[in-house]
Ligand binder design. Structure first.
Ligand code: FAD
Length: 310
């Protein structure tokens, strides 16, 4: 039985989520191969070859894969699928875009957001915004899986020495073309990969106050900045900072929530964080039920004091 991991990368570097997906794949199959579908992505392929536990890197190089268009990558995965019992993607925006296309063409059951693997066909996944865990058994020959990366430790990025095989690529799909990408450039760590996250909620009151209060704390801690959906919807923080059921799923070493009530949809995105600190002036706020450290205080006093003390 062999599992295929679809690498997430920017042609030069592998994204960290690929490492967690390899760990999940190792629990599914005896051999793990990685597909690096990209353009001039030899560096990403080299990096994949170094991951401990990976037996083979399959490199598909074509301009059609330069921007990771789902239609093109899905067609390449389908072309390779015959050799694999398990095909795994990180449950990121990109993985969630490609996996269903592959599952549909293969007539395979898709198992989404897997957090634990019990065997070759039995998996755990959260349902109802993480309030219940379902154990599901797949009955199809091929298993197309998206992996909730916070559920698996990353595989060691170096120390492996897998062979790299270059394969013939499938033609580009005519259904989509790349037009442009607008990427936010930031020196901060990426939210889903950050070890420390400071997150602000509706209580911040405006984007000016959000920046004035949360940024100095994030700077002191070298942290990524997150936000509740209420803060995002109100325009206090950018869309891509949203943590939660309809935002990003994170599990940093330290998560500091300031002025966030702790609605289940927010908790669904951060409750697996190692240490949770909540600052809220309402002692009844549900965030305190998941917090390791709770500070009942006005954030406009407490956060600057904390920043100063650091
Ligand atoms: P509020 O609930 O308004 O809480 C503000 C908190 O700040 C309160 O607890 C208050 O006591 C405290 N506070 C006020 N002033 C101060 C002060 N000066 N100092 C300290 N504390 C103060 N939400 C998400 O976050 N992420 C998601 O992905 C998400 N997805 C959703 C999906 C669906 C389908 C639905 C229906 C909802 C979703 N939500 C999500 C919204 C969620 O239900 C909540 O509305 C949202 O999380 C509330 O954000 P908040 O905690 O910032 O605001």
């Amino acid at each position: 039985m062999t599992a295929l991991v679809i690498a997430e990368h920017d042609n030069a570097r592998l994204k960290g989520t690929t490492l967690n997906t390899v760990t999940a794949a190792l629990a599914c199959g005896s051999d793990v191969h990685i597909l690096v579908a990209g353009h001039n992505a030899s560096d990403a392929a080299e990096a994949a070859a170094g991951i401990v536990g990976v037996a083979k890197v399959i490199r598909a190089d074509s301009e059609a894969f330069a921007h990771g268009l789902a239609e093109n990558v899905a067609a390449q995965v389908v072309a390779l699928a015959g050799d694999y019992s398990h095909i795994l993607f990180p449950a990121t925006a990109s993985g969630k875009n490609i996996a269903p296309r592959v599952a549909a063409v293969l007539d395979a059951g898709q198992i989404s957001e897997v957090t634990k693997i019990h065997g070759t066909d039995t998996f755990e996944r959260p349902i109802y915004a993480g309030n219940a865990i379902a154990t599901v058994q797949s009955l199809t020959e091929k298993n197309v899986i998206t992996v909730r990366t916070t559920g698996f430790d990353p595989a060691a990025a170096t120390g492996g020495s897998a062979a790299i095989e270059q394969i013939a690529t499938v033609p580009a799909s005519s259904k989509s073309t790349f037009v442009s990408a607008e990427l936010v450039k930031s020196d901060r760590p990426e939210l889903t990969a950050a070890k420390v996250i400071v997150s602000g909620g509706r209580a911040l009151g405006s984007s000016e106050k959000f920046i004035a209060i949360m940024t100095p704390l994030a700077d002191k801690l070298g942290a990524a900045i997150g936000a509740s959906r209420a803060a995002v919807d109100a325009g206090y923080a950018a869309n891509d900072l949203q943590v939660g059921q309809t935002g990003k799923i994170v599990a940093p070493q330290l998560y500091i929530a300031a002025g966030i009530s702790g609605a289940i949809q927010h908790l669904a995105g951060m409750k697996d964080s190692k240490v949770i600190v909540a600052i809220n002036k309402d002692p009844e706020a549900p965030i305190f039920s998941v917090a390791d450290y709770g500070l009942e205080a006005d954030l406009f006093t407490a956060v600057p004091e904390l920043t100063k003390a650091l």
